[in-house]
Write a protein that binds this ligand. Sequence first.
Ligand SMILES: Cc1cc2nc3c(=O)[nH]c(=O)nc-3n(C[C@H](O)[C@H](O)[C@H](O)COP(=O)(O)OP(=O)(O)OC[C@H]3O[C@@H](n4cnc5c(N)ncnc54)[C@H](O)[C@@H]3O)c2cc1C
Ligand code: FES
Ligand code: FES
Length: 490
Amino acid sequence: MRNEVVFYLNGMRTGVSGAESAWMLSDYLRYERGLPGTKVVCAEGDCGACTVLVARFRQGRFLEYRSINACIAPVYSLDRSHVITVEGLKRPEGLHPVQEAMVRAQGSQCGYCTPGFVCSMAGMVDSAKRKGCSIDAKMVRNHTTGNLCRCTGYEPILDAGCSLDPGKIPNLASLYSQAPMEAEFGALIPSVCVGTQDAPVFVPATLAEALRLRVDHPGAKLVSGMTDLGVLTNKGKLVPGPRIALHAIDELHSWSEDDGYFRIGARVCLSEVEDALAGSFPEFSNMLKIFASPQIKHSATLGGNLMNASPIGDSTPFLRVAEVSLMLARMGSSGQVEIREVGIDAFIKGGYKELDFAGDEILTSIRIPKSDHHYALFKTSTRKDLDISTVAFAARYRIRNGRLEGVRLALGGVAASVIRMPDEEQMLESGQIGSGLFMRAADSAQARVNPLSDVRGSSTFRKVLVRNLFLKFGDRVMSEAGLPVSEVSV
Ligand SMILES: Cc1cc2nc3c(=O)[nH]c(=O)nc-3n(C[C@H](O)[C@H](O)[C@H](O)COP(=O)(O)OP(=O)(O)OC[C@H]3O[C@@H](n4cnc5c(N)ncnc54)[C@H](O)[C@@H]3O)c2cc1C
Ligand code: FES
Ligand code: FES
């Protein structure tokens, strides 16, 4: 294994080993490299002041540049990538067009948030160029969901973003020559061991290697996109110790489709899932639009969301009703990788963060069966963007001859885990579609759940939300069935 993390920083080769390799990138940039343009405000992935652009080298080539939060990205996760910070966007001949636009539109006052907005918008320009589209206010808003400004006000920032013409701005890959980086990355030993003796960080390049490390280091924490673990680390809630990072294992990054299933690799990030499933599961893809921010979704993985096992994890209600199965790998006694397939209902055992998952296993992929079912996914949160669910509702169903068939229902935020509602499923299948049917199911669900009270809402409020979400589902079904919906309004 290589004992140095190697990446390029604004075109300069950078090697990091020892304890620094586990620092967050923002700290490394500011305190080790003298690049204070990358700011740190929340250190939780919420404000975007630490946004930088990263192109990862995978399977012999660079992927596109994507914005990420440097405050929750450990240096080792940048191995074999090119990082561009706000300082690196400026060229000898002048400011980057996004920087110029912010100056022209007076998009900055104290300036603390500005580098983050500039990096997010530079990533947006590249994305618009790839899609061949122009930039409008909606696009600027979507790409800066993860950036907060407390003093300028957003109008001048929006004006700056809307003034950008992707056709006239060079793409990020043209700012620095990628050829020498590719040549070096292609020749490197792909797996890495860095960190310290007490807290080694293993970055295996194959699944077999990772599974052997699972056996040899039973206490090591698996690390994926770090969006949950990075926050815990910064809050001092994650005990320092050995880590096994999964980002260098190519097979975990792939997704595929056959006649029966979509197979999404555990390391596929949520922005890729949003695109990959847009055609077949548009309801889920749309729900991901209000999941976190672009920076988070460029790092966070579907596997990490499921394995974090939060009762308010946003993908889990969909995964439950879609009846997915999980592929779990372990190293067999004969030295061969063994795969176990387990259905989602058996996998989620019901207690808080209680999963059918052994300490020597790794989730490799999620299989989503294709079907002609409809889906309804509702997320309620205190604000629309960049917020965690208070209560989430998911339903899968078919409408046949005025009745519902194949109903599966799941609720997040009302119990120790994301739960199914089998009694209400049966109830909804038992009668003709009509307002009374949904009223009965809504009343039953409200009476059955017993949520906790916390900062996001009291138990009573959550119970009312559950009822209203069932009624909202009723509106959706009635409308699809061609029936008047006014009787079942929330
Ligand atoms: C600002 C912010 C906003 C957020 N918004 C949302 C939101 O709107 N909705 C929401 O649901 N979540 C949200 N999150 C939480 C987080 O982004 C997601 O849970 C994310 O999907 C976690 O994925 P990850 O790859 O970053 O996981 P990590 O943080 O790397 O890991 C999470 C857990 O999963 C385990 N794990 C990861 N991969 C595997 C694997 N392949 N096999 C076995 N175990 C594994 C890890 O050991 C760890 O316990 C937010 C987080 C932040 C910081
Ligand atoms: S410092 Fe706020 S998102 Fe990183
Ligand atoms: S300019 Fe001060 S926080 Fe945005």
